[in-house]
Design a protein around this ligand. Sequence first.
Ligand code: URA
Length: 249
Amino acid sequence: MEKDTDITKVVRQHLQMENFFTGGFMVRSNKTSSESHNIEHTDNKQVKAELEKIAEEVRKCAKCGLGSLRTNAVPGEGSQNARIVFVGEGPGADEDAQGRPFVGRSGQLLDKIIANGMGLKRSDVFICNIIKCRPPDNRDPRLDEIISCMPYLQRQIELINPEIIVALGAHAAKSLLNNNLPIGQLRGQFHEYCTGIDRTTIKLMPTYHPAYLLRNYSDDNRKRVWDDMKKVLAELGLAVPKNQRKPAG
Ligand code: URA
C-alpha cells in the first residue's frame, strides 16, 4: 500500500460524489452508541434490505479489474443487528468459489475464535472484507482496488452501526484507520474508526489475521489474539465464556 495516500479522505470524497449523484443511500439505524444492541433497530427490515441492495451492487460491480476475474463477488454476511463487525482483507479461493466470506481455513479458525473464544455464533456478527473480489493468486489488494471498493464497506458499517469493528490483519487495520503502523503495534488497543458520512466514531480493535495466526501458530500469538478478543468482550459488557479455549485449541 502506498504510504502517503489518505485512503479515508479519498474514499470519503468518492462516497460524497456517489451520494450527490444518487441522492443518498443512507438509512442510519436509530441506535446510539449508549443503547444496547438488544434493542432492535426500529428500521430493522429496511437496514436488511439496504444491506442486500449493497450486496447486489457488489455482485454486479465492475469498478476495478478484479470484477472480470472473479467467480463470485463476496459482499459479506451476518446480522444487521451485529454488535461486532469483523473485517478481513479480501476473498481467497474458497470464498471466490462460494461467494461467502471466511469459509476456507482462515474462516474455520475465525469461527473457532467467535464460538470457542467469544461464546458467540457466527450469525450474531457481521463478517466482510476490505475488498469484495479475490485478487489473482491471493496477492495483496492494490490501493486503487481498495479505494474503489471501500465505499461498499463504509456503507455496510454505517448501516449496521456496530459497537465494535475487529480489523483482521494489517490491510484491514491500515485501510480503516488510514495508518501505516505495523499490525503488531496497532493490535491490543482500541482505535477510532471515523464513519464516512457524519464522522461519528466506532471503536476498532485490530488483531492478527487468522491466516497469519495459522502460519505463525505459537502460544504467544494465540494468546495475543485471545487478549484482543477479551478486550472486545469486556467493552461490550459480555462475559468471557467459562470454558474458553485458545483459537483452534
Ligand atoms: N481472508 C480474508 O481476508 N477474507 C476472507 O474472506 C477469507 C480469507
